[in-house]
Design a protein around this ligand. Structure first.
Ligand SMILES: [Zn+2]
Length: 235
């Protein structure tokens, strides 16, 4: 290989790391206008339509536990579907750009519905520092970045913290299960954070236990209002 070709290949490899040249959903080569996902895969991602309907499943889910102002789980998370694979890539295979991309797409649709108008801060569900260190990034923060860019609402990662480190979600007995749903998070705030409207962002909504802990923690800030966005709803 000539030196020029080597350099070209080198830059292509570097670019591929940031922006893969084939679709992360189906593996077909991407066109210049497509980023990370091809148009066919994008249209296959099923929306829940919750951003256009309130009350919806999410607002109802928290209604009796810890009421929220607005709530939306944007995509349907179906076992074996493209979204499951994408979220796996986002969480475990070093593809933070998927989070930003899907957050951006969802935010464009949500912007039209205006449900998140009046939000002061976007807060991603935090990871424990130890987990953040091993993963290298917080997948919920990546989704939140996409929302923040489109909705033009500041992202805040200095208020809500993960305090309890739950080693594994799969092998836990009853006592651990209890600990897992209590005091997982803590808040640090100053007077300027009082009376604000917060949007908590997570990747996939399953039981809502983690989000409930976050909502309750944010609500310890005097006058705080809380809304919720998750990229997907487990079906
Ligand atoms: Zn594709």
């Amino acid at each position: 290989m000539k030196p020029f070709a080597i350099t070209q290949q080198f830059f292509k490899d570097i670019t591929d790391l940031a922006y893969p040249s084939s679709c992360l959903g189906c593996g077909t080569p991407l066109t210049d206008s497509e980023k990370s996902l091809c148009i066919n895969c994008l249209v296959k991602l099923g929306e829940t339509g919750m951003h256009k309907t309130e009350p919806n499943e999410i607002t109802e889910l928290f209604f009796n536990k810890s009421p929220i102002i607005h709530g939306c789980a944007y995509y349907k998370y179906i076992k074996g579907g493209i979204l499951q694979r994408l979220i796996h890539d986002l969480k475990y295979r070093g593809h933070p750009e998927i989070g930003v991309l899907l957050g951006t797409i969802a935010a464009r649709a949500i912007k039209k519905s205006e449900i998140f108008n009046g939000i002061d801060f976007i807060i991603p569900v935090p990871l424990h520092p130890r987990k953040l260190k091993t993963r290298g990034y917080n997948q919920s923060e990546k989704i939140a970045e996409g929302l923040s860019q489109v909705l033009e609402i500041p992202l805040n990662t200095d208020i809500l913290f993960k305090t309890y480190y739950n080693e594994t979600q799969t092998k836990k007995h009853r006592i651990q299960r209890y600990i897992n749903s209590q005091n997982l998070f803590s808040v640090k705030y100053s007077p300027e954070h009082e009376g604000k409207h917060y949007l908590i962002v997570d990747d996939v909504l399953t039981t809502g236990a983690t989000l409930e802990s976050c909502i309750n923690e944010i609500k310890t800030i005097p006058g705080a209002l809380v809304s919720v966005f998750t990229l997907a709803r487990a079906m």
